[in-house]
Design a protein. Sequence first.
Lengths: 500, 425
Amino acid sequence: MIKKVSPHIVQNEPLIFERSSPGKRGYQLPELDVPNVDAEAALGRQNVRGEIEDFPEISEVEAIRHFTRLSTWNYAIDLGLYPLGSCTMKYNPRVNELVARIDGLAWAHPYQPEHLSQGCMEVIAALENALAVITGMDAVTLQPAAGAHGEFTGLLMIRALQEHRGNPRKKILVPDSAHGTNPATASMVGYAVENIESNDRGMVDMDRLSRHVTEDVAGLMITNPNTVGVFEQDIKRITGLLHEKGALVYMDGANMNALVGVARPSDFGIDVMHLNLHKTFSTPHGGGGPGSGAVAVRDILKPFLPGPRLKRESDRWTWDYDLPQSIGRVRSFYGNFGVLVRALAYIMAHGGDGLRRATLDALLNANYIRKKLEAHYEIAYQSPTMHECVFSDDRQARKGVRTGDIAKRLIDYGFHPYTVSFPLIVRGALMIEPTETESKRELDLFADAMISIAQEVEDNPELVLQAPHSTRTSRVDEVTAARKPILRWKSSVRSAQAAD
Amino acid sequence: MLAVLGLSSEEALVSYLSAAVRFDGKLDLENGKSEYEIVDYFKARAARNANGYASFLGAGVYNHYRPVLCDVVVSRGEFLTSYTPYQAEISQGTLTTIFEFQTMVCQLTGMDVANASMYDGSSAVPEGAMMAARVTRRDKILVARSVHPEYREVLTTYLKHGGLPVSEVGYSPNGLLDLDDLTKRLDDSVAALIVQTPNFFGLLEQIDELAHIVHSKGALLVVAFTEAVALGLIEPPREADIVVGELQSFATPPSYGGPYAGIIASKDKFVRQLPGRLVGETTDSEGRRAFCLTLATREQHIRREKATSNICTNQALIALMATVYMTVYGKEGMRELAQQNLSKAHYLASKLPRKFDAPFFNEFVATTNGKSAGEINRELLEHNIVGGLPLDRHYPELSGCVLLCATEMSKRADMDRIAAVWDGK
């Protein structure tokens, strides 16, 4: 039975361009207090454009209705459990939004004099310190804009250190359970990628790994806990093996929500790692960004960090640009500062003990879900679950229902689906990460929904195969979208479906 | 819940981790704080920054008024707290706004296709360069020295190991790209020329002419921009092959350098080489219009090491803010806004000695006539004015020059004050 939701009326809304009518406006600029300049005279006639063709012309109330109506077509954390595995969809505290908008922070220009930027610099220093404490690492850069950007920064540093030692080496090892960004990043840094097959416990296989670790290997990229939600039990042996051959170990910190306060990557031999502040530290995903991919390193990599670096000079902070061994900039200015403010606010609200408690709650929730669903779905690996659990659709596939279908049916029950078909090493994966945010009540509703769907697969698989049934938009034709890409609106091609 | 799991305490959930990897200590962080204390902490930090100053800094980050609607829309939980729209049926809100964003970026830049956003303008530049190299199967990248210095630094970092050597093309005495230097460096191995307009000095480059020269050698023209407001008034780079840029001007406060939103757009024929996410129009099973992420075979989660880029998370919410901004100003407002910027900057420039004489939009380089730039800026601070950016750090040959920016938020009285300080009054 569907308990969490009931269907309700949703407003239709055309594209903003279709709402437009000539002469409408939603803005008011102040009167000019200087003479108006003739653009053609000032810029040259050839440099002045005509009107921006087909640009919207909308009143203010039409604009707010447009975006508000569109917003109601979204699911969001604010509406309920969002169990996307590896994405750590936790609650985004609103005080963090408020503090990021305080004038003195929001309107700070990155080039304003340092003595008038001390507040921003303190925030950066405080967050660098907190993340070093949490990871146990020696230094942190906050410049990278997202997880993949952090990976890129980390691998550039590995390459720089290897070059400094005399040989950049040729390969990066990546377990087959890794996020797609890992191999893509390694290749951007000029390395060949070698995939390491996981064993039947969902972990890196020591024997296979040791065969791959040669003097050609610059480093290993490992996710821990890995993408099946399992802590790599051999992690110390793994990092030891790599270090023995002069290779470094990069940790993808996407799953750090399982470890904060419980384990520190420095203690198990990680040399460099990134943290997704938009996952572990609760900054909002915003429909796909902005994020921040802070990178933490051990001492040996410190000289290679991107610049500039914060430096304490007597009683104030200054930016140090004199970094002869630095890999250089990976982004303009100092990173996604507004995201850093939010992450620091989150850490402050929790404190050390609170962060650890949040981690334990996240583990409890994931284990609870696993326990409730184990009888109905095939757990991918028997190894202990940390912050997320991964099932396969093996049982349901016998009825012709796959993980993607179950995901769509879950929408009818009022939940966002789990991560579908990832990690690739699990056939038909259902990857579920509830996070610490959820109460027992929401978890039970979710588990009941999943169990009910498992029953529907037995009794009426068609119901699941055709889902979702209650959404404004039914199953979307992604094949045609890719075959005949329409990537922008054009006035000449009025869509037949343009509703009003 | 513990009982269901047969556990006596939450600690049991981590007891299986060996002591060697477990952390049993206490994180050396302060105790958790209340909401009030957190607000107080950040207010105190904000008070240690510049407050109540009029700023004439630009240089890639611009002070523009933010219509209230922008924050209203991005503060809605349905946009703020949703993930990347992989599940199209319950993400149509985000998908539709991204489709509108892609369209507006095309309308603004004169390109055919644009992606869902990049991290920022600086990282969009190397993505444009790598894209050009894939399209042309050539490896040399030329970049104008009048491209934002930090963008060029990021370009160098990105391309260091990609087998794409970068060399710089100088600028002429008028501040525009030096055509002789370009002709000297342009050969059959060049994949692209990257040029910025308005350039770092605020000047309008001659895009059509550059396109003609570059295309005659089979290379692509990549045009960058940092001041999106200019596109309300200046001719878009229609002759470019790829356009990259920064949309901070559209509703994002300077925020000490980020988060902003970058864009990358191109001609239709290069769409399969675009990096990052794209939203396309399609239909649902009942034939109604719907949107979804598309052409994913370019991306890392499908192609892994063969992807066009490693980018995954982008700047969706900032792109949404820019979409609302473009909607609020609309066709007429974008032009009026740009016109005001032009007028303000030209008013200020009329009172100061300019270094370069090429046409400029809302930024220009002033010379300090013997006084040091630092001295002038210190004096301006006494009048609660943050002056322009001294150029000596990035351009040693331009020591004694300052890059000033005026926007619709600049007030005549402050500009008159700057002129007075300049004149030693």
